[in-house]
Design a protein around this ligand. Sequence first.
Ligand code: ADP
Ligand code: DP6
Ligand code: CO
Length: 329
Amino acid sequence: MKPTTSPVKARAHTNIALVKYWGKKNEQLIIPQNSSLSLTLDQFYTDTAVQFRDELAADQITFNGQLLTDDGQRKISRFLNVVRDLAGISMHASVDTVNHVPTAAGLASSASGFAALAGAASRAAGLALSSRDLSRLARRGSGSATRSIFGGFAAWNMGHDDNSSYGYPIEETVDWDIAVVAVVLNKTAKKISSRQGMRAAVATSPFYGAWVQTATRDFDTVRQAIADKDFETLGHVSEENAMRMHALNLSADPSFTYFNADTLHAITLIHELRDAGYPCYCTIDAGPNIKVLCREPAVTAVVTKLQAAFGNDAVLVAHPGPGLTFITD
Ligand code: ADP
Ligand code: DP6
Ligand code: CO
């Protein structure tokens, strides 16, 4: 197939990892140290349009309405090179991407961003990839994007090379009243990217080996809890897994953390709610912002308590979201 003569537009949603990816075995190909598992969310997403065009002398990338230069442009151009190699073309592309999620704030913009880009760029280049191959392609941009090709509960099989490291759906349509209350405590870009943070943890945390062992066990437990609709196990193990990931960062040399004072405050509030009999658990990606896992009957209590502490606008209720879609306007 030939490159398309009009832009291809794709939408992908972010995901929250229940069993997290925090470390690479291969930096170049983005092969992780452990398999991970997530829930795709309906409230946060990226829309990306791509067209390869003969007349362009360089890739032209617009990010939230601004033309990108330097590092931002290089990262996307490097990803486009992977697509060009696959399709056997050399044309430059115009890319227009809009994040409906704060960028680089620990809310997984790299997951929705590179999943949407993988979808739009591959189709614009004339490729018709399977969802597994789309997930392998998205992985080359950002590890967490591997899972955002799929809706609902999805996993990333760590594998050992480019072929064997791919995402797959666990339950694309979630038949469960599960909700994720997101608390946006700080929308600004983090100082240490996920890429730098996990590199430091692998290289310097004395607990890294224990992380890989426990995360591997957590993966099986959470997967079984989803199959059994056992919310308490899913929540408990997800929270433990998140805390261990953040403990790696505190134990790195030099020590660092993505938490701020509000993060600790929010964790305390969730523990209080649990003590009061509401089954709710928290998880945190590489940023200060908290995601609370609960079921529908607990949502009001969780939202009320968090809004009282952090303001109405900081709290948002998300549900399982869809996988990659193509948009025709
Ligand atoms: P986050 O927690 O938001 O995923 P990361 O540190 O993992 O933060 O990644 C942020 C980086 O992801 C950005 O600096 C940018 O390189 C990339 N990114 C974010 N949104 C997009 C997008 N829409 N298209 C391409 N890349 C994106
Ligand atoms: C804490 O996928 O953003 O969100 O592969 O270097 O782009 P790169 O990192 P990224 O890391 C995500 C880390 C996490 C956990 C997870 O999503 O599994
Ligand atoms: Co990210």
